[in-house]
Design a protein around this ligand. Structure first.
Ligand code: HEC
Ligand code: HEC
Length: 336
């Protein structure tokens, strides 16, 4: 699913479940459960997502930095990559990322498939090459068999690897948050304080940017609309992709879904707590200083956006064969 416009989709339908209520017409819509088109492809992608053999060290998997036990993030200011390198930017969650207009803070990858090739070959992350990653996977007989079942041919290539990972990532959605229950007409799902927090979130203008089912991910916006945002982080956002000066410090608006779990906040990871992040947003985006009470209400609302986390038995990875190139944990990034 891709949300291309900021238009507030107004959907109203009657639910036929236990309590009958009307879908509320709001700038944030409920998240639908994942539909799995190709379960075998998804299962293969799940294994690859957890497989550290896609990295040079043989130690770093997608899950190292997008830990599904921790809201699909690493809870670090900036990630740690190959050889304990300090990453340049905060790792966004993979949860619900299929709903974003594009991937990465600056949107440089169009979709999840294009994105998934990035970290494998990024010298500061998994520090491998696509060729070597393919070589490793192709040396593991159970993988080759699985690629044949899923794709009809046993050849392993990077496109198949990234397609499978993307198919798995598309299932990483988090429906049934308390806010979604409220949106679907269950008024008892939120406390009065949480509803008031949502009202402040709406009336003060947060929803202008944080909207759609993911409450974010629908646009690129300037960080520091009213007041400049001060940071030591050199990232300049969207300008890196478009080269347009007007895009300097424009970042993809992050999702508010599961934001309770994905601290610290902002592209530089500078805000440790939700209260801090809300305070900064109020000041730099809207020119507002929230009272402690309003800040606490917004935070209470944001915590209602935590949905059902993906749960499944841990995938069992097929063993390396005698021919599988061995991990090289301390290899300098530049060597083969
Ligand atoms: C070393 C840590 C690290 C590893 C390993 C890693 N990532 Fe990431 N990931 C990041 C960081 C940091 C970003 C943000 C980079 C940016 O925006 O410039 C990111 C961004 C993403 C995004 C974009 C999310 C969004 O909202 O824009 C997705 C999706 C993603 N990674 C999936 C993966 C997958 C799949 C793998 C495994 C193939 C992987 N990552 C491996 C750290 C990591
Ligand atoms: C003009 C658009 C805009 C408005 C208005 C806005 N935000 Fe944001 N928000 C963003 C952008 C862009 C980012 C990412 C900025 C960055 O990391 O540099 C962000 C980041 C956040 C984050 C951190 C999320 C994360 O995962 O790092 C929170 C929390 C947040 N906003 C809450 C709010 C609240 C609450 C309001 C209203 C008081 C609000 N925002 C108003 C655009 C906006």
């Amino acid at each position: 699913m891709t949300i291309r416009t900021m238009g507030f989709c107004v959907v109203a339908f009657w639910l036929s479940t236990g309590w009958v209520g009307a879908q509320r017409a709001e700038p944030i819509q409920p998240i639908s459960p994942a539909t799995i088109d190709d379960p075998r492809m998804m299962e293969l992608g799940k294994k690859l997502y957890f497989d550290p053999r896609l990295s040079r060290s043989g130690f770093i998997s997608c899950n190292s930095c997008h830990n599904l036990s921790m809201g699909g993030s690493d809870n670090l200011k900036t990630s740690i990559g190959h050889n304990w390198q300090k990453g340049p930017i905060n790792a966004p969650t993979v949860l619900n990322s299929s709903m974003s207009v594009a991937q990465f803070w600056d949107g440089r990858a169009r979709d999840l498939r294009e994105q998934a090739g990035g970290p494998i070959a990024n010298p500061g992350e998994m520090a491998f090459t696509h060729e070597l990653a393919v070589e490793v996977i192709a040396s593991i007989p159970q993988y080759v068999q699985e690629f044949e079942t899923v794709f009809g041919t046993p050849t392993v290539d990077i496109d198949k690897i990234t397609s499978a990972i993307a198919a798995f990532e598309e299932t990483l959605v988090t429906p049934n948050s308390r806010f979604d229950k409220w949106l679907s007409g269950d008024s008892a799902a939120l406390t009065p304080t949480e509803v008031q927090g949502y009202e402040v979130f709406k009336t003060s203008g947060c929803v202008v940017c944080h909207n759609g089912p993911a409450a974010g991910g629908t646009s690129f916006r300037k960080m520091g609309v009213v007041e400049p945002y001060r940071t030591d982080n050199p990232a300049e956002g969207r300008v890196a992709v478009t080269g347009r000066d007007a895009d300097r410090f424009n970042f993809k608006v992050p999702t508010m879904r599961n934001v309770e779990l994905t601290y610290p906040y902002f592209h530089d990871g500078a805000a440790d707590t939700l209260a801090q992040a809300v305070d900064v947003m109020g000041r730099v985006q809207l020119g507002r200083r929230f009272s402690e009470d309003d800040n606490a209400k917004i935070v209470a609302f944001l915590k209602t956006l935590t949905g059902d986390q993906p749960t499944f038995p841990l995938p069992l990875l097929p063993p390396s064969s005698d021919k599988t190139p061995r991990p090289n944990p301390f290899a300098p990034t530049s060597t083969r």
